[in-house]
Design a protein around this ligand. Sequence first.
Ligand code: AMP
Ligand code: GLY
Length: 429
Amino acid sequence: MKVLVVGSGGREHALVWKLAMSPRVPTLYCAPGNAGIESLATCVPIPAEDVTGLKAFVTAEGIDLTVVGPEAPLAAGIADEFRKAKLRIFGPTKAAAQLEASKSFTKDLLLRHGIPTARSRTFDRVQPALAYLENHPLPVVVKADGLAQGKGVVVATSRDEARGSVRAMLEEQAFGAAGQRIVIEEFLDGEEVTIMAFTDGKAVVPMVAAQDHKRVGDDDTGPNTGGMGSYAPAPVATATLRATVQREILVPVVEAMAKAGRPYQGVLYAGLMIVKGKPYVLEFNARFGDPETQVVLPLLDTDFLDVIEAVVEHRLDQLTVSWKAAAAVCVVLASGGYPGSYQNGFPIAGVPPQDPTQRMLVFHAGTKQVGDRLMTAGGRVMGVTGIGLDFQEARAAAYRVAQGITFDGCHFRTDIGHRAVAATKSGPA
Ligand code: AMP
Ligand code: GLY
């Protein structure tokens, strides 16, 4: 069986790595992939957004199944194009991927179905938005409606900052078309958690909960990034909370999408804020999270290929998906300057050989093989995942490896998983 993974980051390395462990031994391809993925899959130089190019490749190569990593091809309609051509693909249609691609669409859907989320209003014009801000309590959250690579959200602590964000998005087009509509939302104060679920449009099977570390610096300081590290299973997501999320959020959303004529198939990523023990939706993504995937997939016990096929063939209700009783921590190594501007092309040293016990995994993100040298080629360069019986063990394994990897300008957070270590004295929840 031939399987293509679309994308080139740490998430895609983790997807390819997990698929490679399937007892069914699929032949793997990745477009475009990275230097780490090359050891597991044939990398083909087709950009993830090139839907036409990907479709031509899949047809010519006789690929049996395509798994989409990033949001851009989903929002561009890759799943629609593939299904029209009777090509099997894991991921939502363009209409269903609106759950990620349009925050106003999602807020409207949540409101209509009474699904818990922050109170908000949507605006297309500057003056009404500014007027609405006048009496809004602070902090206030201003969000660009469309895809803005994680940069379209401003948590404003002053009215001036909020006004500036509204103007930047609606007047100055700071996010282009993505910011022509905005959502102004109340600030929720709590702990964030990510719960991703597999769904075939009917059955909804949640994965273990994870937590991402979005700020660049220790103790959640500095600007937001794509994610500097993650851990799973997040102790904040107790069994009761997970049951509430399933009942009040995941299942109703999947049902609402089906009713709206936008059946959802693939991974539904819920970004949640837990306030006084109750979950509220901050955002949905239409795909696996990065770097959450690098800690969640290592804990999946069921054959990943079986899960994906059950989703694609709409028989997820017939599969039992099980998880390992272990803890995982992923530390991201980033380029100097990231999340601002940074340089590529520095040699990387100290990457250990593959660990046969699989307690330590190196997932490449922005890397490139140039001759016999491994070079940096992106903001997030690689993620090191440690697996252990508890968080202390997982964390120690991840940092042992992270500290040995060097490249010019390399930086990483030293506190990934600290909340989990504090919350669990003896093993994961
Ligand atoms: P989003 O892309 O909507 O998840 O927003 C990015 C980040 O902004 C989230 O991960 C939160 O840290 C923060 N954020 C978004 N919405 C809110 C909110 N209503 N209250 C507090 N923080 C928020
Ligand atoms: N880790 C956040 C995301 O994947 O969007």
